[in-house]
Write a protein that binds this ligand. Structure first.
Ligand SMILES: Nc1nc2c(ncn2[C@@H]2O[C@H](COP(=O)(O)OP(=O)(O)O)[C@@H](O)[C@H]2O)c(=O)[nH]1
Ligand SMILES: [Mg+2]
Length: 199
């Protein structure tokens, strides 16, 4: 599928990885996508892939524990990380999530940045802040995205953003506000955050 007006010309789902030993061989610069379950991570990936349902969108948060690898333009991976912060997840599930995601983030040399997706209505909480801080600690670039702006007025979006800016550690790249649903802000995010990274 050729995408028009996008640096993403070709997308191919490669594999789901449940264990670090099954990681695919490293390609060009890799970008991962992280966020709390239900923030719209899969929806955002579909939006930037310009595909309706390549990435499964769930109405209910699941306990999916895999890293999902998408090969872009035959040359690098985008990686959909399992969502974090299930209130009801068993301790064993959380431990496994941590080992898989933390191991991947720490050890993957091709990985250059992590898109951190938050819900503009909720702002950021301690888990979100811990994620961004951890990425900075291990020298990965956090790219912060606030999704679901279609749910708030501009005034409320600005207030939520101001508060998040105070709570988050200093960012090299200003946060992006967008809606994976209406696609507002997606083109800007693609052009400023994604395309420079892969070109
Ligand atoms: N209103 C609104 N709903 C969204 C947006 N993005 C995702 N959703 C909805 O949020 C729910 C979770 O989306 P999904 O992409 O599966 O989230 P994930 O768990 O982070 O991968 C689904 O019902 C989506 O339709 C958005 O920008 N605006
Ligand atoms: Mg998802």
């Amino acid at each position: 599928m050729e995408l028009r007006d996008s640096c993403i010309k070709k997308v191919e789902f490669v594999k789901s990885v449940f264990s670090l030993k099954d990681l695919p061989q490293e390609q060009g610069p890799e970008l991962a996508f992280a966020g709390r379950s239900n923030v719209g991570k899969s929806s955002l990936l579909n939006a930037i892939f310009n595909r309706r349902n390549l990435v499964k969108v769930s109405s209910r948060p699941g306990f999916t524990q895999s890293l999902n690898f998408f090969l872009i333009n035959d040359s690098f991976y985008f990686v959909d990380l399992p969502g974090y912060g299930f209130a009801k997840a068993p301790k064993k599930v959380i431990k496994k999530w941590q080992a898989l995601v933390e191991g991947y983030l720490r050890e993957r040399n091709a990985l250059k940045g992590v898109v951190c997706i938050f819900d503009i209505r909720r702002g950021v909480d301690e888990l979100d802040i811990a994620l961004v801080s951890f990425l900075k600690d291990i020298n990965l670039l956090p790219i912060v995205v606030f999704n679901k702006i279609d749910k708030l007025s501009n005034n409320k979006i600005n207030k939520s953003l101001e508060r998040a800016n105070i709570l988050l550690p200093r960012l090299e790249m200003a946060p992006f506000c967008l809606s994976a649903k209406t696609k507002k802000g997606v083109q800007n995010f693609l052009e400023r955050a994604i395309c420079p990274f892969i070109e």
